[in-house]
Design a protein around this ligand. Structure first.
Ligand code: ADP
Ligand code: MG
Length: 252
């Protein structure tokens, strides 16, 4: 059984003036521990699809199963990370990362230990009593990821998580975030408009058409050494080949 099954999803937005057909019959599966990226033209329905998978938006048609269960009947734990870090400025790092558990009334010794360990592992422990404004952009993104992981989500969903960062920072942070996700072995779906970023991080890439989005391609990404980091992948010979394939696909 796959971790996620997305079955025949359709989405139409209705307003008084018009109907917008955003998604047209999208189906795919994601395996446990897989890192899947979704690329596609701006406005094609990527965020819509993520919101549907997260259970925040009900599709016009279709079903989503996580761990074999229809999310309509049993809402999954979803870790959602956006472009902006969305940390609360008036809370410390510790208060920010513990917030999700607090809201869900799920603070246990075990979860608290896990969060402490994450902060230690990713060099944030010394900053646990600091406020977000005292941290660099990269550190804030790491805190944001740890907060997302704190609730022990079934699936991690990232919507253009690095697009607000400058190029150099983006390379470093995507490397760090990738390492954390791989160590924690989380099933991940990431939307990005950056083909290179998708190739450097993913096991698989789905290419969407322009609106109403359908799947144009579903491409497995393989490098000789599966433990390569995103930065190392960017240097590998395969990288160019994948890049050219996806570039053509997106511009045809
Ligand atoms: P992407 O993330 O790929 O850029 P979105 O999923 O945000 O695209 O949007 C897909 C399409 O649906 C766009 O045409 C957008 O204008 C439209 N759309 C998004 N949200 C709404 C909404 N709440 N009501 C009406 N139309 C929407
Ligand atoms: Mg979007």
């Amino acid at each position: 059984m796959d971790k996620l099954e997305i079955k025949n999803i359709y989405m139409n937005y209705h307003s008084l003036k018009k109907e917008t057909e955003a998604i047209k019959n999208i189906s795919f599966n994601v395996k446990e521990g897989e890192f899947l990226s979704i690329v596609g033209p701006s406005g094609c329905g990527k965020s819509t699809l993520l919101n549907i998978i997260a259970g925040l938006l009900e599709p016009s048609n279709g079903k989503i199963f996580i761990n074999g269960k229809n999310i309509k009947n049993s809402p999954p734990q979803i870790g959602y990370m956006f472009q902006k870090d969305n940390l609360f400025q008036w809370l410390t790092v510790w208060e920010n990362v513990i917030l999700g558990l607090k809201i869900q009334n799920k603070i246990t010794t075990e979860r608290t230990k896990k969060i402490e360990q994450l902060l230690h592992n990713y060099n944030l422990w010394d900053f646990k009593d600091h406020y977000p404004r005292e941290l660099s952009g990269g550190m804030r993104q790491r805190v944001s990821l740890i907060r997302t992981l704190a609730i022990n989500p079934d699936v991690l969903i990232l919507d253009e998580p690095f697009s607000a960062l400058d190029y150099q920072t983006r390379l470093n942070i995507s490397d760090e975030v990738f390492t954390i996700i791989r160590n924690e072995n989380k099933t991940t779906i990431m939307v990005t408009h950056d083909i290179s970023e998708a190739i450097s991080m993913s096991n698989r890439i789905i290419v969407l058409s322009k609106r109403p989005s359908t799947i144009k391609n579903n491409l497995n990404i393989k490098f000789d050494d599966k433990f390569m980091s995103p930065l190392e992948r960017r240097e590998a010979p395969n990288f160019r080949i994948y890049f050219n394939m996806l570039w053509k696909e997106l511009n045809s």
